[in-house]
Design a protein around this ligand. Structure first.
Ligand code: NAP
Length: 407
């Protein structure tokens, strides 16, 4: 490995050397194809801007199918350690092991590193086919809580002694009648984890000059979990950001200029309004399961999962993993066919997170140019007239050529 240095975290901020060591996982299925494309684009952006003065020193680590073949473990401890040590990393999609103790490697990685905020920006690139009439009005960033909710995996199988015991307990102590042949799941939503998620969303909004935060919930029904999330969300704004934010109730939806509007919406109507009036939404803060559905639904408006980047971040410890939001699409593995934009945009997010903003902007501009030229992979080409369909690797080369043009 070339000489590089660790990214440090001091006084709440990353300290990024000119030659940072960045761990990466290629991923399974289509992972190696989209990783190769992403690495090419990220390296070209950095070299165009800074020549020999800055360079990423990549460090390969393993998880998923590849790790299992090499080590007999799906998520080797060294991989988790590498992300913890080097702080900023990137990964392709991973095969979910069938059977065995791990339900999802992504969930395991997020939990092991306490990557509590899943951040998913959703924006439209002109020229990309969309099922909605005004996709250019979609510009949202979803902050999804990553560590609790029914997603935390606390479930008991129907008929198991544990499920029976809990059903009896609930009947005896609370008088709750639950059919004995039920499976059970626990939905923890805590004040402390809500506070850190909503703070991350507001900090993000402030640092990027965004307009509003919408807390999306089913608090009308699930009062002490999702309802509490909303209440705590408003409290965070009032307690920690009294000068910078204003709630809907305080201004009737018309915030004084320079203040971030904090509002909330019930999840079911959110899905409708995000389609019909997307311009009314900016930063979305929500819980784990809602966030999962919402991110994919929003991605559909801007061209699908192949277009949607993501990151899992612990802002308190400065640890972050950037990732494509889709899976391994095994039927396309090794075919050099799929759309690498999700991982390329995740790479751009990573550069921005490191403070290398110019490189992130250069990549976004080149992607804009490439889509405007109607140069796309199969997933978009099949929905477009007059498109030039290219392979995954060719798409990356076109993006690089357009970066040179912009530069
Ligand atoms: P998937 O891999 O996301 O693929 C579903 C479909 O989405 C593909 O068949 C393809 O649609 C489209 N697609 C996905 N990525 C694309 C890309 N880059 N470009 C263009 N189209 C793309 O979902 P899955 O088949 O349900 O899951 C496969 C495996 O991935 C499973 O083991 C699952 O557990 C895992 N998974 C991993 C992650 C992760 O690591 N973050 C996330 C989700 C799932 P068309 O067939 O219509 O072309």
């Amino acid at each position: 490995m070339e000489q590089g240095e660790k990214i440090e975290f001091r006084d709440g901020a990353l300290v990024v050397p000119d030659f940072p060591i960045i761990p990466f996982i290629k991923g399974d299925g289509i992972g190696p194809d989209i990783w190769k494309a992403t690495r090419l684009v990220v390296e070209r952006a950095v070299s165009l801007l800074w020549g020999e003065r800055r360079k990423i020193v990549w460090k390969e680590v393993h998880a998923g199918q590849r790790a299992f073949e090499l080590t007999g473990q799906w998520l080797p401890p060294e991989t988790v350690e590498a992300f913890e040590t080097f702080r900023v990393g990137i990964k392709g999609p991973l095969t979910t092991p069938v059977g065995g103790g791990i339900r999802s490697l992504n969930v395991a990685l997020r939990q092991a590193l306490d990557l509590y905020a899943c951040v998913r920006p959703v924006r439209y690139f002109r020229g990309v086919p969309s099922p909605v009439r005004y996709p250019e009005r979609v510009d949202m960033v979803v902050f999804r809580e990553n560590t609790e909710d029914v997603y935390a995996g606390m479930e008991l199988k129907e008929g198991s002694p544990e499920a029976r015991s809990l059903i009896s307990f609930l009947q005896k102590e609370f008088g709750w009648e639950i059919p004995r042949d039920s499976g059970l799941g626990i939905k923890p939503i805590s004040r402390s984890r809500t506070v850190r998620l909503v703070k991350a969303a507001i900090d993000y909004a402030l640092s990027r000059g965004r307009r509003s935060i919408t807390l999306v919930h089913k608090g009308n029904i699930q009062k002490f979990t999702e309802g509490a999330f909303v209440r705590w969300g408003y409290e965070v704004a009032k307690e920690y950001y009294p000068e910078e934010t204003v709630s809907w109730a305080e201004c009737d939806g018309w915030p004084p200029s320079g203040k971030i509007l904090v509002k909330d919406t019930i999840a079911d109507i959110f899905f409708q309004q995000a389609l019909t009036r997307p311009e009314e939404f900016d930063i979305i803060a929500t819980m784990n399961l809602n966030g999962d559905y919402i991110s994919d639904a929003l991605a559909a408006q801007v061209g699908g999962v192949g277009m949607a980047p993501g990151a899992n971040i612990n802002y308190s410890r400065g640890v972050a993993i950037f990732e494509a939001t889709h899976g391994t699409a095994p039927k396309y593995a090794g075919m050099d066919k799929v759309n690498p934009t999700s991982l390329i945009l995740s790479g751009a997010m990573m550069l921005e997170h490191m403070g290398w903003n110019e490189a992130a902007q250069l990549i976004e501009k080149a992607l804009e140019e490439t889509f405007a030229q109607r140069i796309v992979t199969y997933d978009l080409a099949r929905l477009m007239d007059g498109a030039t369909e290219v392979r995954c690797s060719e798409f990356a080369q076109k993006v690089c050529a357009n970066m040179e043009g912009v530069f």
